[in-house]
Design a protein around this ligand. Structure first.
Ligand SMILES: [Zn+2]
Length: 450
């Protein structure tokens, strides 16, 4: 992990560069980084930008190994984060997106309100086709797609992301997930459940019946008839969602896979996929035109998960949950949506309001806690706590965590947190670090039973 706060230089291309001081770096990141942008921060960065511009210098960012990722001063006040001759910043770099894009990304990760229709697809005339977010879900530098929002809304509403002691059968888990479709609307007043296929062997029949099924509804102006397929799959292969050896669902457009570029067949876990069903033109047959895929925890537990580090953190929490069962019962939540409270009033159409808020406080960071441990049913207890997995050692990663943890705490009503650190303290073994985590969780559980 090379990238970090230590990797910003200033100078002229092909001449000897000077590494920026920690204060200069901090000022640039707060002014122009993805969750920065406040007027005060931009003011504080002015002298750094002006000094570079007066010297005919650029800033060089080492977020990519190529030494060709830059910030170019202009008007002695701002920076361009990319010019024609330079490369894009790494997806982990604070300069990967600007504060306005950051706000759109955070907003796309907020929970979907059930009373609002998903509005997945425009009419043929106004359709812009798949957007960036439909093509990739690998990094948090693009918005969450509308299709992904459907799956995540269902998963969070169904209880799939809230783990009790013991596991229900996988069929029950899947049924809980899809049964939530009755509570959400596809577009206008059309219930999601009425245009939903949940059994891939029957997809052919669903597609054949698409026109008749769609004709039962009044599709609002500006939209076009569409449906959804939700399925458990074992992998993605040659643009097919593989349900079983015999049953594969072809996807004619992009397939976005959460956190990675492929979805190989894995012994220990399946995926859940959601596909958008529609016609490509008024006369073509209905087909799956794009899809979103999210990895599950295991073949026995369909909880949607992020990274292997979090998987390991969950294993420890799960073990403690069983150990304490009957004495201290608690639930483990794996949230998938942003819990931030800022920008809740404004909508994406209030550009003016957005700009004022960014000017005042900077863009919001993404706030999705790794896990939340809750001791009471549906009510907050002061003993509840959240868990952050510290899965990388880079300075930038650590700086983000230091910044977002207090914000998460505020958003969760002031509860405390426990860190599961895979890298520090550096003089201990990995096993000893895991033990520190387990002990901290035990302390919290014991305290809750007093
Ligand atoms: Zn960079």
């Amino acid at each position: 992990m090379r990238q970090g706060l230590g990797m910003l230089w200033v100078g002229k291309r092909r001449e000897k560069l000077r590494e920026l001081s920690p204060s200069e770096k901090r000022r640039l990141i707060l002014a122009f980084g993805r969750d920065g942008g406040a007027a005060v921060a931009r003011e504080e960065a002015k002298s750094v930008v002006a000094a570079a511009q007066n010297g005919g210098q650029w800033f060089f960012c080492a977020c990519n190994a190529d030494q060709n990722t830059v910030l170019v001063p202009y008007e002695r006040t701002y920076v361009h984060r990319r010019v024609a001759s330079s490369n894009a910043h790494s997806d982990r770099c604070p300069f990967a997106v600007d504060p306005v894009q950051q706000l759109a990304i955070v907003r796309s990760m907020r929970p979907h309100p059930p009373e609002k229709a998903f509005n997945l697809l425009s009419d043929f005339a106004s359709d812009r086709g798949p957007l960036d977010e439909d093509r990739t879900a690998q990094f948090n530098t693009v918005r969450r797609s509308k299709l992904a929002r459907v799956l995540i809304a269902l998963a969070e509403a169904s209880g799939l992301q809230t783990q009790d002691v013991g596991t229900r059968s996988i069929n029950l888990q899947f049924n809980d997930l899809i049964s939530q479709a009755k509570n959400f609307k596809l577009v206008g007043e059309i219930p999601l459940a009425s245009m939903l296929c949940t059994y891939p062997p029957k997809l052919g029949e669903f597609l054949g019946d698409f026109n008749r099924r769609a004709a039962r509804f009044n599709w609002p102006r500006g939209s076009r008839a569409h449906g959804i397929v939700i399925m458990k799959l074992i992998c993605v292969e040659n643009r097919n969602l593989v349900f079983s050896k015999e049953v594969k669902v072809p996807v004619s457009g992009p397939i976005a896979i959460f956190g990675r570029s492929d979805a190989p067949r894995l012994k220990d876990r399946p995926y859940i996929g959601i596909g958008l069903i529609a016609k490509q033109s008024a006369t073509s047959p209905a087909e799956v035109i794009r899809a979103y895929i999210h990895p599950c925890y295991s073949h026995e537990n369909l909880m949607l998960v992020d990274s292997n580090y979090e998987r390991e953190t969950f294993d420890y929490l799960r073990d403690l949950q069983s150990e304490y069962a009957g004495r201290v019962d608690f639930k483990i939540e794996k949230p998938l949506s942003d819990i931030g409270q800022r920008f809740q009033e404004s909508t994406a159409t209030d550009a003016e309001v957005d700009n004022q808020e960014i000017d005042a406080h900077g863009a919001p960071p993404i706030l999705i806690p790794d896990f939340v441990v809750r001791f009471k049913e549906r009510v907050r207890s002061d003993n509840d706590f959240f868990v952050e997995t510290m899965g990388f050692s880079s300075q930038y990663y650590r700086a983000i965590k230091r910044r977002i943890i207090p914000e998460m705490r505020r958003a969760l009503g002031g509860i405390l947190h426990v860190e599961h650190d895979f890298y520090f303290p550096s003089d201990l073994t990995l096993d000893e670090r895991h033990e520190i985590f387990r002990k901290a969780v035990r302390d919290k559980i014991n305290k809750s039973s007093n």
